[in-house]
Design a protein. Structure first.
Length: 119
C-alpha cells in the first residue's frame, strides 16, 4: 500500500530557552507599544528597580520570583488583542528563521539504505 501523503512540516519549538527568549521579546515589544497603558508599563520598570536595589536582604531567588511575577502580571494586564498580535509576529519571525535554515520534516515512509565508508 503506497502512502501518497506529502511530508508534514513540524514547527520547531526551541525548548525552554527559546520560550523564555520569546517571552522577553514579547515584553519588550509591549513596552514599546503605545496601545499599552503607561501605568501598566510601570510593573516591569519597578521589577528591574527592585532587582538592582542594593538593600536586598533575602537573596537573589526572591528577586527572580518578584521579577517573574511582575512580568507575568504585565503581560496579563495588557490588552489581549495587542498581546496576541505581538505573539504572532514573534512566531512568524522565529518560523521564518528556522525555515531558512534547517527544516524538519516528518514522513510516514521508512527509507532503507546502506552506509559505506570510503578509505
Amino acid at each position: 500500500m503506497a502512502n501518497n501523503k506529502s511530508p508534514q512540516k513540524v514547527p520547531f519549538s526551541g525548548g525552554i530557552l527559546q520560550s523564555t527568549a520569546d517571552y522577553f521579546k514579547l515584553v519588550l515589544r509591549l513596552m514599546g507599544d503605545p496601545r499599552v497603558s503607561s501605568w501598566i508599563k510601570l510593573l516591569p520598570i519597578g521589577a528591574v528597580i527592585y532587582m538592582i536595589n542594593p538593600f536586598d536582604i533575602p537573596g537573589p531567588l526572591d528577586d527572580a520570583g518578584i521579577f517573574g511575577l511582575t512580568v507575568y502580571m504585565f503581560v496579563e494586564l495588557c490588552p489581549p488583542d495587542v498581546v496576541e498580535e505581538h505573539r504572532q509576529m514573534i512566531r512568524r519571525s522565529v518560523n521564518a528563521t528556522w525555515s531558512q535554515g534547517e527544516s524538519k520534516s516528518v514522513d510516514g515512509d521508512v527509507i532503507d539504505g546502506e552506509f559505506r565508508e570510503e578509505k
